[in-house]
Design a protein around this ligand. Sequence first.
Ligand code: F6P
Length: 575
Amino acid sequence: MTESAPVDPTQTPGWQKLEGVADGFAPDLRAWFDADPQRAERYTFEAADLTVDLSKNLVTEEILGALIEVAKSAGVAERYQAMISGEHINVTEDRAVLHTALRRPKDSAGLVPPAPFVVDGENVDDEVHATLDKVYAFADKIRSGEWTGVTGKRIETVVNIGIGGSDLGPVMVYEALKPYVQPGLEARFVSNIDPADVFEKTADLDPETTLFIVASKTFGTLETLTNARLAREWLWAKLAEAGAIDDTDEARSGAVAKHFVAVSTALDKVAAFGIDPENAFGFWDWVGGRYSVDSAIGTSVVIAVGRENWQSFLAGFHAIDEHMRTTPLEKNVPVLMGLLNVWYTNFLGAQSHAVLPYTQYLHRFPAYLQQLTMESNGKSVRWDGSAVVTDTGEIFWGEPGTNGQHAFYQLIHQGTRIIPADFIAVANPAHPLKDGTGDGGAVQPGADVHALFMANYFAQTKALAFGKTADEVRAEGTKESVVPARVFSGNRPTTSILAPALTPSVVGQLIALYEHIVFTEGTIWGIDSFDQWGVELGKQLALQIAPAVDGDSAALESQDSSTKALIARYLELRK
Ligand code: F6P
């Protein structure tokens, strides 16, 4: 089933109201907060364990009302229902989009759509849970030491080889859940085809205790397959050097059987690589790469943190899926956050969006969101092939606070651009350290360092919202010539997201939150957020250029003059 033509949002009454409001818009958060003591309370929402304060955004009741009208006109709720029901809303690939099915609980009571959930002839729930059970059983064997390498030693390091969605999700979640990793186990992640990556990640490893997971949906991605071959060579060479295997095909394939497993939808290609399909974990073409972290693609993390934590992680996603499905748009956190992004992008000229985690364990979250948001919504045509009628997508970027404060926050506070920013923090740190001596000044002996960290989190959104006027600067005794440089305009929009702790469930909730923000925006813009044709041309050209870089003069001659000259110079420089 294909989708109906997208609604042109610009022709909806809500959009036209917003155009009227945006014309000459002069936000004044100080005045808005002064006039409305309930503002924070009214604009703070709960979604599962997440408390989300939208009050420091540049919105009024009129703006939010009009945004919700746009969401209704574009059919956000109806399209979400179509997505979770298995309709082929990935139109250009004619596929269902069912990442939400990856976290439907095994206990099927009350599920929507109800169990058995059959899509395109497959019982989706059965397939998902059979694969999960296989991953759990395998992870248990690694964690308990029952699965050993070729010399009988237990596995200590798992190296995930993948790229894009087959890397960014697992590495982000592994880093986020470090406090939950079983002692004695470590995961590493190889993605770049730059040989430095696989070299550095394997240099200090013991081949006898290392397991490689080749994670590739298609099992055809150049980077991943090349790195997998390099890793296999490394394994054979190192095991031979240690006298653990001899130089026979049998010994080599025995080593692969114990030290390589795969995650893929293409089990035939897995077998061709030499990995026993028994040691492969499947998934399905209805899971997009950037939506796949909660599929078998997360096997490295399941090994590291164990099945119970993984089940909580999945439950976190499901809680937000249910919030998205059942909460009226007026209180629906992913919908509201998606609508705010539309407001900033299409009416206030924002080009980028910062994500600033105030928890070190989320340090890879902005990188993860870059693929999720930009590969999904960086599109110029709508799902019916017509040109988009609005700007789409935002440049997502960020770094953990407080590091960012000492780097790029200057531009967010005083630059000429509007940069909406999401501040994410948790109340209970994994490591509640105290500063024993303090600094003899503001920081008292025994100070709770997480409280100090959180003071920064609260201070930043306050400064961005309310700024500092020229009179306030003068009142500090600043000389007049420097006053303008020290003024903060305020009215810089932020969203504060606060969770009790960075548990597996909360990590799942955060990911699902952003998945559905992306969905909301994509629906309003009328785009297929689930294809990624924009990555194809570069892949094709890399293969076409490779012979030229390798010295084939006819291939070199066929290039445009700039590419030819650059390759020629590279060949001159290459020793
Ligand atoms: O870069 C494009 C892309 O197809 C991503 O969408 C995907 O996550 C990544 O490549 C990796 O693909 P695969 O898992 O098939 O190796």
